[in-house]
Design a protein around this ligand. Structure first.
Ligand SMILES: Cc1cc2nc3c(=O)[nH]c(=O)nc-3n(C[C@H](O)[C@H](O)[C@H](O)COP(=O)(O)OP(=O)(O)OC[C@H]3O[C@@H](n4cnc5c(N)ncnc54)[C@H](O)[C@@H]3O)c2cc1C
Length: 365
């Protein structure tokens, strides 16, 4: 892992010198004191740090997750750009935890919320540059990157149906139909908890099925991919086909976080004819009689039993409790210990009600 070094510029040419850009930012902020000059003296609480982005205390996270659940973050920080992020982390008291969040498509945020500064990247981090390689900001949506790449005759089609952001895709080694981020990723830019910038080659991330070894608190800001050439019309047609396959087999109109558990087989569905279903999570859940099972507003989708859905105003407690009940019953029925693919973060609400499990007769669609 290298510190500092070469920059993956998204706007062509080299990235602006950090000091110069900070000075420009301070100019825009008129008489504000530099966060760094303050930080050299004391470790600061979030509200003491001058930023150019948005810092919100006690921010409810339910609206920022696909499952629409989650209590408040102590702080939500949406940095204006990479320098703003670096300055903030450099100034922030090292005792304060940070949690980087993408678009919340693989998260259950518990009802008690997150005791940390949640960092969510936005407009300053969503550029896409296409040259020999494709460089995308961490806030760019996977689908958008896939479409722009296809327009330019470059194949990142596997990203088209994954609803997350590039930062989340790197962290989770996202993939489908037999292709993963690991197959295309060259390197990332990431900012560590102290505000230091790193360029990290993909091999250092130890990408594996739905996991990486990105250090805790490290915020991915950019990723650079290899993308083979292809005919734009054919690439777009392949993506349309993938979307149709998703709609046919998954509850794409429901509130979910995608696959709830990793496949015991150790890889995602390839979509190929020889891909046996025997060790697929949906299959073992189905065989344990849990297709359509409910707890309060949480349900294992009748359409795809490995999709945990918020069917009717579920709490995070209900969603997680249903997932744990499924794990227990599949272990009893098959001796298989399902591993969560959805990341569960934050604090539970003590004493929260856990409704009884309802096993409904469900018709397979
Ligand atoms: C309908 C549906 C279908 C899905 N299908 C697939 C699929 O086919 N294949 C697949 O792999 N996944 C799938 N998913 C899951 C999800 O989309 C992916 O895991 C995605 O990569 C998560 O990205 P995100 O931006 O939503 O991250 P989040 O859910 O917000 O976060 C997930 C993890 O990534 C970390 N993270 C996010 N951004 C950053 C960053 N900038 N820096 C550091 N860490 C970061 C978070 O800390 C967290 O640990 C699906 C989800 C849904 C809702």
């Amino acid at each position: 892992m290298q510190a500092g070094g070469r920059c993956l510029a998204l706007s062509g040419g080299t990235a602006p010198d950090r000091g110069a850009s900070r000075a420009a930012a301070e100019g825009r902020a008129h008489s504000r004191q530099s966060p760094i000059s303050q930080a050299t003296h004391t470790a600061m609480t979030p509200d003491q740090i001058q930023t150019r982005g948005t810092l919100t205390p006690q921010k409810p996270l339910d609206s920022l997750t696909w499952l629409r659940v989650g209590g408040p973050a102590d702080w939500l920080f949406q940095p204006a750009d990479e320098d703003d992020l670096r300055d903030f982390l450099e100034a922030l008291d090292p005792e304060v935890p940070v949690f980087p969040m993408g678009v919340g498509s693989n998260l259950i945020v518990r009802d008690g919320g997150i005791r940390a500064v949640v960092i969510r990247l936005g407009r300053g981090f969503n550029g896409i540059e296409i040259s020999d390689h494709i460089t995308a900001g961490a806030a760019a949506l996977d689908a958008h990157v896939a479409r722009k790449a296809a327009d330019a005759g470059r194949d990142l089609t596997f990203l088209r149906t994954i609803p997350g952001s590039i930062g989340g895709a790197v962290r989770m080694n996202a993939g489908c139909y037999g292709t993963y981020v690991a197959d295309h990723l060259i390197e990332i830019v990431a900012i560590d908890r102290q505000g230091q910038r790193h360029i990290i080659p993909a091999s250092d991330l130890k990408l594996a099925y739905r996991q990486s070894q990105l250090p805790d608190g490290m915020v991915v800001t950019e990723a650079r991919f290899n993308a083979p050439a292809g005919d734009p019309a054919a690439l777009h047609a392949r993506m349309e086909d993938q979307l149709a396959r998703r709609d046919a087999t998954q509850p794409t109109k429901e509130r979910s976080a995608g696959s709830t558990f990793r496949n015991p087989a150790g890889f995602s569905s390839t979509g190929r004819a020889d891909d046996s279903h025997e060790l697929k999570a949906w299959k073992v859940i189905d065989e344990a009689g849990l297709r359509g099972a409910r707890m309060g507003g949480a349900q294992m989708s009748p359409k795809h039993p490995n999709f945990l859905i918020n069917a009717d105003g579920a709490t995070a407690t209900e969603l997680e409790a249903l997932g744990e009940e499924v794990r227990k019953r599949v272990l009893q029925a098959r001796g298989i210990s399902l591993q969560w693919e959805i990341m569960r973060v934050g604090e539970a609400t003590p004493g929260a009600d856990v409704p009884a499990l309802e096993l409904g007769a469900v018709s397979k669609e």
